[in-house]
Write a protein that binds this ligand. Sequence first.
Ligand code: AHG
Ligand code: MN
Ligand code: MN
Length: 303
Amino acid sequence: MLILRKYLETCGCEPDLIALIRVIARQMETIRKAFLENQTFEKTQNPSGELQTQMDVWADEHLIKVIGESGLVRELASEEQADIVRFENSRTEYCVVMDPLDGSSLISTNLAVGTIVGIYDSGGVLQPGSKLRAAFYTLFGPLTVLVVSVGKGVQSFAWDQENEHYLLLRTGITVPEGKQYGTGGLRKEWLPEHIKVIDYFDENGFKIRYSGSFVADCHQLLTYGGIYSYPGSKKNPDGKLRLLFEANPLGFIITQAGGRITDGKRNILDIVPEKQHQTTPIYIGSKGIIEKIEEIFSSSSIF
Ligand code: AHG
Ligand code: MN
Ligand code: MN
């Protein structure tokens, strides 16, 4: 059966990129084991002002240590770090953006959470998502799944604990035109455009699926299609989710699977980031539905 390393080799990835993806991917078993002892919240906040869980801190520290020691990364930006981390000893120019643990408020409920990673060839972490060299995420569900794109479609793998390999699960994954949606935010804070989008879903027989874990909710898109959204609101017009660590890597993967990502007006992958913890409204999923959402946004702004 095809394993992750072989797949990356057949894609023509350079050995250092393969080594980098593998060294991070191989930490997932260690992270999974750490859940047992790290079930609650810390008293500290992350740079976005959110209460950190023990696992946010644990996974962040662990991954930064391993990535630093690998000598394969020049620059790293993490959702849990106020500043960009530079590794002077690196022998490559790869730059990594990561959400060490996404959906972490769900850890104590044992719902699915995961790790999100984006890799740029060089040039720092403040680059548009369209320039990503590779992106992948892992999902801790019944299986530890890894979904990766190196710009040649999207493949998923599952961790085989016995043989210590990621085995190919699905190849050439595409996002179908599904009829389900999830939305974050408070209804009373929604902006008129988002209300119209939700009305469209309700009037057209869409069903609701929203867990509170972006990575898990996006993973569903690869099977059922539909939309995940976290809109801009009256209080936070730029939404909640982070451009670098969440929107771009997932947007890259979903786009590679034939889906799309938008903030309502533009392809999020085209946004040039101004700062590390910048947020953006997000609509991600089936291509046809994203087109409809952009149509709703453009017709709303005329009136
Ligand atoms: P994180 O756990 O990395 O802070 O991300 C949480 C994000 C995302 O995973 C999820 O979809 C969303 O925040 C949930 O927010 P609400 O609790 O406001 O719905
Ligand atoms: Mn997150
Ligand atoms: Mn996180």
